[in-house]
Design a binder for this molecule. Sequence first.
Ligand SMILES: Cc1cc2nc3c(=O)[nH]c(=O)nc-3n(C[C@H](O)[C@H](O)[C@H](O)COP(=O)(O)OP(=O)(O)OC[C@H]3O[C@@H](n4cnc5c(N)ncnc54)[C@H](O)[C@@H]3O)c2cc1C
Length: 391
Amino acid sequence: MNNTIDLQNTRIAFQHKSNSDLKRSYLVFKILQKPYVLRVLKAGANGIIRYRLPFKFFIKKTIFKLFCAGETLDEAFQQIKKINQFKVAAVLDYVSESEKTEAIFKSNTGTIVTNIKRLGKECPNNYVSVKITGLEDSVFLAACNANHFPTDEKSKLRFEKLYNRIDLICLTAKENNVVVYIDAEDRFMQDIIDAMVENMMEKYNTEKAVVFNTLQMYLKDRMEYLHKLIASGKQKQYIAGIKLVRGAYLEKERETALKEKKESPVFDTKEQTDQSFNTAVELCLSNHKNVSTCIASHNYVSTQLAIDCIKKYQIKDIENKVRFSQLYGMCDSLTFNLASGNYNVSKYLPYGEIKKAIPYLIRRSEENSSVNAQIVDELKKIKTELNNRKK
Ligand SMILES: Cc1cc2nc3c(=O)[nH]c(=O)nc-3n(C[C@H](O)[C@H](O)[C@H](O)COP(=O)(O)OP(=O)(O)OC[C@H]3O[C@@H](n4cnc5c(N)ncnc54)[C@H](O)[C@@H]3O)c2cc1C
């Protein structure tokens, strides 16, 4: 394991990309700096512009191509096999969120189970991610959350259905040697999700972490929850699978709080979020005997901190205890340099219908807007590599 790894090496970062791939990425990141892209996406999502061919074509050729692994499972598997060659695992992410009908919840569960089985057979040691709002309506989840569980018989039965779906996904994952990341979404339904995922961990994380919960460290209450989760794992003797993120719904959380005249659940400054995230990294890694951690971030300081903690806390079973993950199309320099240093690293690989990917693409566009330093860094790295290749 290389503790003094160069995370900025552009040759390693882009070894899987041809010159034309790099030029395309450069162009799309440049387009993303234009505020109209976000406006077009939001107009599409809100039904203001019709979901017709020119709109679909524009999205498909630009940001969908950069951030998604394809429209079909076969296309996604091609990408999985490609990145696996560079010792980078994939987190297969079927894009379907904020769904409303029982038929879709059922079919999404079937899709995820099928994907796990195919991964187990063709590409073991990869992952899947699950958004609970692809398996149940957020309004129902919010109601369960507010009442600390369903109250009437009808809701109890409905809740049981959801619980059984999640259980089936986790059981299938365990049987097929695939790890499951349960994503975090809006704060208003997180308590009920936490409760279900903890039950899954108790059931399936007895020898190693199969199921991971996601903690958004921009939330003011997450540090207290993290302490509770680690203590619960120790007491009930399961490995707590913890995926740490900063959080992708900042503006939405603030707007909801404002509308409801409540205190915002997210920190007021980036510095507070950074401090919370980095404290969580150190807390999880110092408890490595009982915790398996995924640092899901594009932040170089947090990534280096995790690398330093491996040494500081003398973590031996790094493969199982410390994982890193980045999103497809972003921050290849962290992903591929970590892989070349023999760290356990994966890429989130969303795939599916373009229409269903729009909410995901909006989040990525917001993150890569012109005000973000990350996009400037990404452009600089691509340019450096293209220049180096000319020499
Ligand atoms: C593999 C992977 C999986 C992910 N899964 C999820 C998930 O399940 N749920 C989810 O919500 N997100 C998820 N994300 C997205 C993540 O939450 C962040 O939005 C994104 O990664 C950017 O944060 P960063 O750590 O990479 O770095 P940075 O670029 O250093 O941080 C940006 C983040 O800091 C926070 N921030 C920025 N400005 C402020 C401010 N003024 N006040 C307070 N906080 C601020 C926000 O969270 C923002 O996203 C995932 C990201 C990755 C890489």
